[in-house]
Design a protein around this ligand. Structure first.
Ligand code: FES
Ligand SMILES: [Fe+2]
Length: 427
């Protein structure tokens, strides 16, 4: 349970808020690189941390991420003409370059005084791992590019999708930290989904619905270990890293690719759920890619031409009560991602955490909240914050069987902090 004040602090991401200022210290996944496929292509609306922006790739290939609205009379530059190294407003032709500087103000003529004064806010961007990342914080504090493993594997080893989730980022992210729901909500899907089925770990997962949680801090975040009984007097550990400020990595199953998430606030009542499958040591197979593109595993099908899931709030996520009764889908909703999203959206746009009753399996969630608040306070006080150093982001999930007397933080270390290009440790 949280106080109203804590819940407000943790769930608000706008400029000037406690967490909003923290989030602005990190590189933020903003859009797929293919959303801006070529110079002078169509601009894209981008809303992040409550700020309405527009992204464009100029004639020279540079990316601009600037205020969505024209400084003249507030028209959306999404309607603009992307031409000759700038985005020109469709209303009266004011034109802006990738830094937001007004470079042409036709009504004033060449070298007028007003044009020089007009500059929209703009944020620097980088392209890495198929994603365009934005930095929205103070220029002098810009960190190194992200070192998350999925952003550094070869393109053929990775598949990334994103979907709109109609709720606050925190309740979505907390679903990524809480792996105790897997034994219930996803139980039917574990047996059938092509990207999950067949692993020995699934048997342990289903047999022991009372995992014991152990949460260990590391520099960049938390290692959330879920322990279940395994054969031969051993324990089966599934270890989910949570990396500041909003990344989670699902523990692997068999030789399936790893699944990673980023839970990025669009505004306080919507977030982007980025879902990335990657295998650190091999290319994804054609059948895996086909499954991902068809919406299996952690991916979804879309309303055509959008990032809105085909199963959504308006159609009750196409819930199938007979599948619920038969147990093929525990909740009756099809697909891992929408099983999660449907329940998380059902909590309301921002979960009221004054009314929750946490239990021992929620330990990871409690600690992640605490880490976020501590980091945000440190940031406000001008002190160092965790997870900015690339070395603190280079962690991956693992699943492992260990003798009962061995602690995961020591004996699973080789699986969590592994060199790039090595096989995952997985059961
Ligand atoms: S509103 Fe954009 S040029 Fe007038
Ligand atoms: Fe889930």
């Amino acid at each position: 349970m949280l106080s109203q004040e804590q819940n407000d602090a943790l769930t608000r991401a706008g400029a000037g808020t406690l967490l909003g200022d923290l989030f602005r210290r990190y590189w933020i996944p903003a859009l797929h690189d293919w959303e801006l496929p070529e110079p002078d292509c169509a601009p894209v609306r981008v809303k992040l941390l409550g700020e309405a922006l527009v992204a464009f790739r100029d004639t020279e290939g540079s990316i601009g991420l600037i205020d969505e609205f024209c400084a003249h009379r507030g028209v959306s530059l999404w309607f603009g003409r992307n031409e000759e190294c700038g985005l020109r407003c469709a209303y009266h032709g004011w034109k802006y370059d990738v830094t937001g500087q007004c470079v042409d103000l036709p009504s004033e003529g060449e070298n007028g005084p007003l044009r020089k004064r007009i500059k929209l806010k703009s944020y620097p961007c980088i392209e890495l791992g198929g994603v365009i990342w934005a930095y929205m914080g103070p220029a002098e504090l810009k960190p190194e590019p992200p070192a998350l493993e999925w952003a550094h594997v070869a393109p053929e080893r990775r598949y990334a999708s994103k979907r709109l989730q109609e709720c606050n980022y925190l309740q979505a992210m907390e679903g990524g930290i809480d792996s105790s729901h897997v034994s219930f909500l996803h139980s039917g899907q574990l047996r059938t989904d092509p990207l999950f089925k067949g692993a020995k770990g699934n048997v342990y997962n289903e047999a022991d619905k009372m995992p014991h949680f152990e949460v260990v801090e590391f520099e960049g975040g938390l290692l959330v270990g879920a322990r279940r009984n395994a054969d031969n007097e051993r324990y089966y550990w599934r270890i989910t890293p949570w990396i500041m400020p909003w990344y989670t990595i699902i523990p692997p199953r068999g030789n399936h690719p790893l699944g990673a998430h980023a839970w990025v606030p669009i505004d306080d009542e919507h977030c982007w759920a980025w879902s990335i499958n990657y295998h650190p040591a091999r290319a994804l197979s054609e059948s895996e890619l086909a499954a991902m593109k068809s919406g299996a595993g952690i991916h979804v099908q879309y309303v055509p031409g959008t990032f809105i899931p085909r199963q959504n709030k308006q159609n009750n996520y196409l819930i199938d009560r007979s599948a619920q009764k038969a147990g093929t889908h525990y909740s009756g909703v099809e697909g891992i991602a929408m099983q999660d999203a449907s329940l998380q959206e059902s909590m309301g746009p921002i979960q009221d955490r004054m009314r929750e009753h946490l239990c021992p399996t929620d330990r990871g969630i409690v600690m992640a909240r605490r880490r976020l608040l501590q980091a945000a306070e440190a940031n406000r006080a001008g002190k160092p914050i965790p997870g900015l150093d690339p070395a603190e982001q280079r962690v991956r999930s693992c699943s492992i069987e260990l003798p009962r007397d061995q602690e995961f933080k020591e004996h699973a270390r080789h699986g969590l902090f592994a060199p790039l290009g090595t096989d995952p440790v997985s059961v």
